[in-house]
Design a protein around this ligand. Sequence first.
Ligand code: URA
Length: 247
Amino acid sequence: MSADLVRLDKFLSASDKMLSRREASEAVRRGRVAIDGKTVTDSKVRVGSSCSVTLDGEPIFYRRYVYLMMNKPKGTIVASSDSHGEMLVTDFLPGELLRRGVFPVGRLDRDTTGLLIFTDDGNSAHRALSPKSHVSKIYAFECTPPLTEASRRKIEGGVDIGERDGKGRVILTAPAKIEDGRISVTEGKFHQIKRMFHAAGHEITSLSRMEFAGISLDTTLEAGGWRYLTDAETSLFTKDDMIKGDF
Ligand code: URA
């Protein structure tokens, strides 16, 4: 937290305990909250960055923004609403996070699984998604027919997936790297990987994102499971100079 003061109920609802504003006020009213060891009963008091706040005696930490990763299950839609009855990735998150305004960073197709980051930090999300950032993304794939050496080289060098510039000239995909059933790319166009393989005569039969901006999927997360990013992962996501593809 910066040196700014923030109201106690806001502090509590933006903390790692994820209380709603109502739960926060209730906890304060019941004397469960202390600032610097002194019980407070007014949720309007202001908390500074040097204060230590406890709930039932346990320290709680303010989160200016939240960052989390989900292991996206197959058959789920990356959208915030308008699912037409289909399962959304946000259905796996608690209401408190959604009320905070947490949203998925970028998209994965319905049949794609793996690493999906969520945040309420619009600036970092915007930077991660900007084509100018060339943020590295790694996908595990299976394709049919099996990849040949010639196709691997072709995809790595750049293929025509139908993108054209203002004068109608072909824009090839940026260089990629394929190794051990994984492809690393820096672009994130609609159906990027499927279109790249299709352009080389292969169809993707399975796709799972394993890395984004240097952050690896926590493979202990079950499908639909999520966890907060660690501090190290958060700094990979928020630093000005995100991890780029280097090929
Ligand atoms: N490329 C695709 O084709 N699909 C995804 O879901 C992600 C990247």
